[in-house]
Design a protein around this ligand. Structure first.
Ligand SMILES: C[S@@+](CC[C@H](N)C(=O)[O-])C[C@H]1O[C@@H](n2cnc3c(N)ncnc32)[C@H](O)[C@@H]1O
Length: 233
């Protein structure tokens, strides 16, 4: 549906009707051929932003999926740990980065699993839409809790697109469809757009003890996107 090797429409529907975990298990072998994987040019921008502040000791990639983010930041770090609750996605991540001893994978829910601690850097790419707004403060407190003083939580988000844009309508229609789907079918597939946009994210970070700096992503095709670099204070 997206590109050669990507999932068909029927496969996507089947995945969307599964739980979040099982949906990603099903999607995993084809995930890298979908637009849901954070694109390399976006990861490249984040790496260029981080480079002057590195090298970093231990980094954590929250909701690491197939390991694209962990792979991108790995050259800047001594060690990287990736965590995800989909075994299928972690299997792809292991395949991507092989037996690199500086990378570790942890299977579990970011709300329930011991995330370890004393990280210099925590990143999260393309996954904040899976965290319901009411649970975001809890996740941010967890992130703050595992960062050492002065450590960074870095992610990419965007401003809310205006109602005049196709992107806004696409996101609103998707969200409405997911609300109906989740009201009718259990277990739920939790994924909503526009839930951790810049305007919402900044006060939530500050409330969690993370001091955000906002830098334009700098890609012409994504003018509303920003790198948020939040320092543990
Ligand atoms: C859209 S993918 C993004 C993967 C990767 N970070 C990237 O940018 O390509 C979202 C990932 O978040 C994981 N995920 C969602 N909610 C999670 C949770 N509560 N705990 C752990 N992993 C979670 C899913 O399994 C999936 O691999």
């Amino acid at each position: 549906m997206f590109e050669p090797g990507g999932p068909s429409f029927v496969e996507l529907v089947r995945q969307g009707l599964s739980s979040t975990v099982h949906g990603y298990d099903l999607l995993a072998p084809k995930f890298d051929h979908t637009p849901f994987r954070t694109p390399d040019d976006v990861l490249g921008r984040v790496v260029e932003h981080l480079r002057p502040f590195g090298p970093f000791g231990h980094a954590l990639d929250l909701c690491c999926g197939t390991g694209a983010g962990a792979g991108a930041i790995r050259p800047l770090c001594e060690r990287v740990t990736g965590i995800d609750f989909s075994e299928g996605m972690l299997a792809q991540a292991r395949e991507r980065l092989g037996d690199d001893p500086s990378v570790q994978w942890r299977h579990g829910d970011v709300f329930e699993t011991d995330l370890g601690g004393d990280y210099d850097l925590v990143v999260c790419f393309g996954a904040l839409g899976h965290i319901p707004p009411l649970e975001q403060p809890q996740l941010l407190r967890r992130v703050r809790g595992v960062l050492r003083e002065g450590g960074r939580f870095v992610f990419v988000t965007h401003t809310v697109p205006p109602w005049t844009s196709a992107a806004r309508w696409a996101a609103e229609v998707f969200n409405a469809t997911m609300r109906v789907r989740n009201a009718l079918i259990k277990p739920e597939f939790i994924m909503y757009y526009l839930d951790f946009c810049l305007g919402d994210a900044l006060p939530r970070l500050e409330a969690a003890g993370l001091e955000p700096t906002v830098v334009p992503l700098g890609l012409a095709r994504a003018p509303r996107f920003y790198i948020v670099d939040a320092k543990a204070v």
